[in-house]
Write a protein that binds this ligand. Structure first.
Ligand code: HEC
Ligand code: HEC
Length: 342
């Protein structure tokens, strides 16, 4: 009898403990926690590009993005993805915005200067898996109805493939290569520390429990980063000579754009045939073309891009205003003017 009593008391205790721990299943959260996992624990739907991956896939994806080639699962070297570009010609692979909730090109330029990053037309791959649409805004409008653009809007794998072929002007990636790039992107997913949560917001999130209504906490998390990188195409000023005449350019800021953006591709002809450097004559050449609407006009190439040279395939992508504002374009002009004189 005694034995049975003890036994059932023990059993009760076990149930109690089990019940206690399941009702108290708090969501683990620390600075390095995955934002996407936390969002899912709080009730968000899983993203369409979830992937099981391992370290080796991350390595291969990273090499494809940074070097354009890798050693595949069979141990053999792949062909170069593109002769013309690497993905990093146009995209950073680290956090590039101090506040992930807004696309502010001037804050990004400052951040690029402080962290020695480039300032580019494409959006960083950091946090790409946390976005839910791709090629947004005017990219969709410009290629309205193009089925591949439409598909890549909602599908990150398609977006990678489209850019490999259309942006990088290279060969399509094989399925395992796409998975590897995606695995690398997952290694660059947003972490809690990237969200700049205040102490009180952190408290709200920490007090949530699995299976409860956590919409407030989820709302806080989702307000801290953009789910899509916006893109609005700008235009050149009506009168190229006058420029955007209501704006005064600041040459110090223009220097940052020249150094962190233009030189990224044009210095020593890294990704382009046309060479830019720090020589007075280079600036004089650029300045001469500013009042005209021709192929060397900084207004023209910034807003509409530039075609490749004959027999080449590397072209210059345009900057949407979320990547280069009219103010920044005038800053660049002011810098060109200043350096042409000195
Ligand atoms: C010549 C420039 C260039 C090259 C090279 C390039 N891209 Fe892009 N890519 C862009 C631009 C411009 C966009 C437009 C959307 C954006 O990123 O804001 C874009 C968009 C993307 C997007 C969608 C991003 C988003 O949030 O909308 C992905 C994914 C992508 N590229 C992957 C790649 C990969 C992978 C490579 C290398 C194989 C590559 N890109 C090479 C310029 C380039
Ligand atoms: C992602 C790489 C990239 C960036 C960034 C970039 N360019 Fe280009 N640019 C190119 C490519 C590629 C071409 C095509 C012609 C070539 O191969 O030189 C080109 C063409 C040009 C041309 C026309 C050259 C000609 O002979 O027709 C000018 C002028 C120019 N770029 C200026 C700039 C300026 C100014 C900036 C900074 C605001 C800039 N570029 C940023 C890649 C880039």
């Amino acid at each position: 009898m005694k034995k049975i009593l003890i036994f059932s008391a023990l059993l009760g205790l076990i149930f109690l403990l089990a019940g206690f721990s399941s009702s108290n299943s708090e969501i683990e959260i620390n600075p390095n926690s995955s934002v996407s996992k936390i969002a899912q624990a709080l009730g968000a739907a899983p993203s369409l590009h979830e992937l099981d991956y391992d370290e080796d896939m991350v390595r291969m994806g990273k090499e494809l993005v940074i070097k354009g080639k890798t050693r595949g699962p069979n141990g053999r070297k792949t062909r170069q993805q593109s002769k013309h570009f690497k993905c990093i010609s146009c995209h950073n692979v680290v956090k590039e915005d101090p506040d992930l909730a807004i696309a502010d090109p001037q804050a990004r330029l400052q951040f690029a200067k402080e962290n020695q990053l480039s300032f580019l037309q494409g959006t960083t791959f950091y946090g790409a898996v946390n976005r839910s649409t791709f090629y947004n805004g005017d990219y969709q409008k410009k290629y309205d109805g193009n089925p591949r653009i439409l598909k890549s809007h909602k599908d990150l794998r398609e977006a990678i493939q489209l850019c490999a072929v259309e942006c990088a002007q290279g060969r399509p990636m094989k399925k395992w290569e796409l998975d590897a790039v995606l695995a690398y992107y997952w290694s660059l997913e947003l972490k809690v520390k990237d969200l700049n949560l205040s102490a009180s917001e952190m408290e709200i999130i920490k007090q949530t429990e699995k299976g409860k209504n956590n919409s407030e906490a989820l709302k806080i998390i989702e307000s801290k980063y953009l789910k899509a990188s916006p893109a609005t195409f700008g235009i050149t000023p009506k009168d190229a000579k006058a420029g955007f005449s209501n704006i005064t350019g600041h040459p110090e800021n223009g220097k940052l754009i020249y150094d962190l953006s233009c030189l990224h591709c044009h210095e020593a002809k890294k990704y382009a045939m046309y060479e830019l450097d720090d020589d007075k004559m280079t600036f004089q050449h650029l300045r001469r073309h500013i009042p005209k609407y021709d192929r060397y006009s900084i207004y023209q190439v910034s807003r509409y891009g530039a075609p490749s040279y004959a027999g080449k395939r590397a072209y210059m992508p345009q900057y949407p205003i979320e990547k280069l504002t009219d103010q920044q374009l005038e800053d660049l002009r002011a810098y060109v003017d200043l350096r042409a004189k000195r």
